[in-house]
Write a protein that binds this ligand. Structure first.
Ligand code: NAD
Length: 273
């Protein structure tokens, strides 16, 4: 039975991860910006058991609040085995449509949110001599994804941060993995640019996602893949299979990946103009 933190756990991938962890008997601290929803999720998961879920309101963009949260989980449960720095937002639109607020929000939540989680969890795990940090990036952290470049930039940064930290943490008892899903059918695909000006892309992410990946993956299937990858201490957990194929193609031909992205941009411009 592990003590686990899941940020952004009130919805989608975070909720599915928390459900799978509670179902295997873990103690899970689920946090989210949405206090009502995270409380409901924790209550429902604990009712099913056999593990337990605790809810906390947390904005991952707030470094101090993240540090306090991770410290209090360690203090309450005696240890911190596994953390999922998972909270994230979708930001969509062509570069010329996006303001600095779009850029800053994507970086504050998707990148700094992970930085804050790592900065809070890593010293605790070093002191314990064990632990596993799992950061959620995206396939858009491995393959250039246009029409949402702040998102892509934040996710490439999370991949780099995670792989480099994995190298530093190796031999100190701390494991680090990075999760790179293709499109997963969650509310993220219908809540783009939260609190920010909307674009055709942000209003229709789900439609465009289906053009790129006709079969959206389910959060539950992804959670299974992720826990399997964590058990095997994989550096990169890429799913579904179509995502692994796109990643392989981009490694074989980085120029080809940019050409594929150009085709997607041209199709997007035709559809929205
Ligand atoms: P989701 O919208 O269903 O869930 C994200 C949760 O994060 C929400 O409950 C939201 O309230 C919370 N959140 C947002 N900002 C927050 C903040 N500042 N602090 C704390 N919580 C916050 O989305 P999801 O699809 O489950 O996404 C989870 C992660 O997976 C994200 O990092 C996302 O970028 C990544 N991802 C998603 C997909 C996809 O297609 N859905 C693909 C690749 C990667």
């Amino acid at each position: 039975m592990s003590v686990v933190v899941v940020t952004g756990g009130a919805s989608g991938i975070g909720r599915a991860l928390a459900a799978a962890l509670v179902a295997r008997g873990d103690t899970v601290a689920i946090s989210d910006l949405d206090g009502d929803r995270v409380a409901e999720v924790a209550e429902a998961l604990t009712e099913h058991g056999p593990g337990k879920a605790y809810a906390a309101v947390l904005d991952v963009a707030d470094a101090e609040a993240v540090a306090d949260h991770y410290q209090s989980v360690k203090a309450d449960h005696g240890r911190l085995d596994l953390v999922f720095n998972n909270a994230g937002i979708a930001v969509g639109g062509l570069a010329e449509e996006l303001t600095l607020d779009h850029w800053n929000r994507a970086l504050d939540v998707n990148l700094r949110g992970v930085v804050h989680g790592v900065h809070a969890a890593y010293p605790i795990m070093l002191e314990q001599g064990y632990g596993h940090i799992a950061n959620t990036a995206s396939l858009a952290g491995l393959v250039p994804m246009p029409m949402g470049i702040p998102y892509t930039a934040s996710k490439f940064a999370v991949v780099g941060l995670s792989l480099a930290l994995r190298a530093e943490a190796a031999g100190r008892g701390v494991k680090v993995s990075v999760i790179c899903p293709g499109f997963v059918d969650t509310p993220l695909l219908t809540t783009g640019n939260p609190g920010l000006p909307q674009t055709e892309m942000s209003k229709n992410i789900r439609t465009f996602a289906k053009q790129a990946q006709p079969r959206l993956y389910s959060a539950e299937a992804l959670a299974k893949d992720v826990l399997h990858g964590i058990r095997r201490n994989k550096a990169l957990i890429v799913a579904p299979a179509s995502g692994r194929a796109a990643w392989r193609a981009a490694r074989l031909s980085p120029g080809g990946a940019v050409r594929a992205a150009r085709i997607a941009v041209a199709r997007y411009r035709r559809q929205v103009e």
